[in-house]
Design a protein around this ligand. Structure first.
Ligand SMILES: [Zn+2]
Length: 231
């Protein structure tokens, strides 16, 4: 443990040195494990105070990007920093929300298990929960479902837990997110393909897919008074 601390200290010091040389000023470097803001910095009393997520320490090349960004606010550096965060997203702690698979009308676990057995050979290990009912975010986000890779968790919009929503519609949404758990996002020519052909083929195993889509199109205003999408 002590050895590991020493390595972390040495890395921080090396990174701080790189930044100080680039910025030609004194630098105070604070390394943290935050989950939302990965980098912030200000210049005060003749020194830079820079706060960074520990992921940056793994790449001395990022010191150059960050230093250059702070000096010029350059778009290229900003993009490189964003890309680095995106590529190391799995290093960010993603706390698990409280899970609630039983709704008023539908039990998501039952639906997931049934779909898993019938169409996916039981390969899905992801947990599943209804999303928060009263959070503003649930209504702002307008997503019927989402899948978090880092938490291996499927979240379904609580707006679907209503009597007038047919079971096959809830199941189609759950199945869509289950497919995300199996088919990773692909990159083709620098563009991300969230629903590549292999995804569409897998999703088509659910027999009521078209029926569910038609129902959603006809009823989404009743569901939320605004269209929502799934991803
Ligand atoms: Zn999707």
């Amino acid at each position: 443990m002590a050895g590991r601390m020493k390595i972390a200290e040495a890395r921080t010091e090396a990174f701080r040195g790189l930044l100080a040389r680039l910025l030609k000023e004194k630098v105070e470097l604070v390394i943290h494990d935050n989950t939302h803001v990965f980098m912030n910095a200000y210049f005060r009393k003749k020194r830079w105070v820079i706060r960074l997520h520990w992921m940056f320490l793994k790449s001395p090349a990022m010191a150059r990007q960050i230093g250059s960004y702070l000096l010029t606010r350059n778009k290229e550096n900003s993009k490189a920093i964003d890309r680095y965060i995106e590529n190391h997203w799995h290093w960010v702690r993603h706390p698990m929300p409280p899970l609630q698979h039983r709704g008023r009308h539908y039990d998501l676990k039952k639906i997931r298990n049934d779909l898993n057995r019938r169409y996916l050979g039981g390969r899905i290990t992801a947990q599943i929960t209804w999303g928060p009912k009263n959070s503003r975010r649930a209504y702002e986000q307008m997503q019927m479902g989402s899948y978090s890779t880092s938490r291996n968790l499927i979240i379904i919009h609580p707006g679907l837990d209503q009597k007038f929503v047919p079971r096959y519609v809830v199941a189609a949404t759950v199945f869509h997110e289950m497919c995300h758990a199996l088919v990773p996002v692909k990159e083709k020519g620098g563009r991300k393909q969230i629903h590549p052909l292999s995804f569409r083929k897998l999703e088509a195993r659910y027999p009521s897919l078209d029926k569910a889509k038609k129902w959603e199109e006809a009823h989404f205003t009743k569901l939320l008074r605004r269209p929502f999408t799934s991803c």
